[in-house]
Design a binder for this molecule. Structure first.
Ligand SMILES: [Zn+2]
Ligand SMILES: [Zn+2]
Length: 343
């Protein structure tokens, strides 16, 4: 097959790689129905952070049809349509049991999914199968549950969004937008989107945002306070991962309120006394998407939500480099990569 490799900053190549094989008896091999590029892929793409020696494989969002399973796989069968999360998990250890599958004692991060065929470790724990192979039109939304919706859902859940709540979402990337959709599903009454991009504001409103704040920093905090009787929001969902966005979130939350943070942090440092007097709950980390997958897949199959709308660019997989460029230059929110016709 051919697969996506990162050779260095802004150097993506689609090249020959060995076909994935069953390596452990708990593995499955799936043929992907579609895959995509994540906002978090842009960090290594831009050469930021500590990553493995190049060239590295890329991609961690996936859904597709099972081609082969290892000897010890019990629940997943050949021919089933499946979705999994970016973190493979056994779904049996004490951490999984508590709902934190993305910190499973046997966790393996997926990083080879921008390819037509994928090996999934711990298949029984990681993958969720649907009853039937779903219609093609639902593939983008099902793919979205694999990370970007699952992460947005965790953002809303971890920030304790309840019916009637006032919610602020910091960040208008794909995760931020789907965090708005999630907050709306959980019954938030007011959803304030912090967004400066017109095309994204439109989607934000479609997903449930009731107010848009374009200001940032002190002015952004002032605007949020004006919209929340001067005290700040009940729940603030930080979906970026920078110092600026984290401080925006903490300063926009009412005392006693909840903040979730789901963007991989880059250079974020919190000062103790400020945090102490902010009097907020902080809860974040790599989203335990597996916990939410059955419910999110159901919502998509019953056409209650359409998270696939965050994909505003679709390319064949062999043009993956173009997809990265478009997201890097903010010409696309999120790129879906079609795998049909790619081997
Ligand atoms: Zn992702
Ligand atoms: Zn586990």
């Amino acid at each position: 097959m051919r697969a996506t490799m990162l050779y260095g900053a802004r150097d993506i190549r689609f090249e020959d790689r060995p076909d994935p094989q069953i390596e452990k008896p708990t593995d499955a091999i799936i043929r992907l129905s579609a895959t995509c590029i994540c906002g978090s892929d842009l960090w290594p793409y831009r050469g930021i952070g500590n990553f493995a020696e190049p060239p590295t494989t890329m991609g961690h969002e996936y859904c597709g049809v099972v081609e082969e399973v290892g000897k010890e796989v019990r629940n997943i069968r050949r021919g089933q349509f499946v979705v999994g999360s970016f973190a493979a998990s056994d779904n049996t250890c004490v951490i999984c049991h508590d709902g934190y599958e993305s910190s499973c004692l046997q966790r393996e991060f997926m990083n080879r999914a921008q390819a037509p065929i994928l090996r999934v470790p711990l298949a029984d724990g990681t993958l969720v199968a649907t009853q039937d192979v779903p219609p093609k039109g639902l593939i983008p939304s099902l793919l979205a549950t694999s990370d970007v919706l699952g992460t947005g859902w965790f953002a809303a859940d971890a920030a304790n969004v309840k019916p009637g709540a006032t919610v602020v979402v910091v960040g208008d990337g794909a995760v931020g937008l789907l965090a708005m959709l999630s907050a709306k599903q959980m019954g938030a009454e007011r959803i304030i989107a912090m967004s400066r991009h017109e095309s994204r504001q439109k989607l934000a409103r479609e997903f449930g945002a009731t107010d848009i704040v374009t200001e940032r920093g002190d002015e952004g905090v002032t605007r949020v306070k004006e919209l929340t009787k001067g005290i700040g929001a009940d729940s603030v969902l930080e979906c970026v991962g920078t110092q600026e966005s984290m401080m925006q979130a903490i300063r926009s939350t009412r005392p006693g309120g909840f903040i979730s943070y789901v963007g991989v942090p880059h250079g974020v440092e919190l000062e103790g006394a400020g945090l102490f007097f902010a009097h907020v709950h902080l809860h974040g980390g790599p989203a335990p998407v597996r916990r939410y997958l059955p419910r999110l897949i159901d919502l998509v199959l019953n056409e209650k939500i359409n998270p696939g709308k965050v994909f505003d660019l679709t390319l064949p997989l062999d043009r993956v480099a173009e997809g990265y460029r478009a997201m890097d230059e903010r010409r696309a929110i999120k790129t879906l990569l079609r795998t049909d016709g790619t081997n």
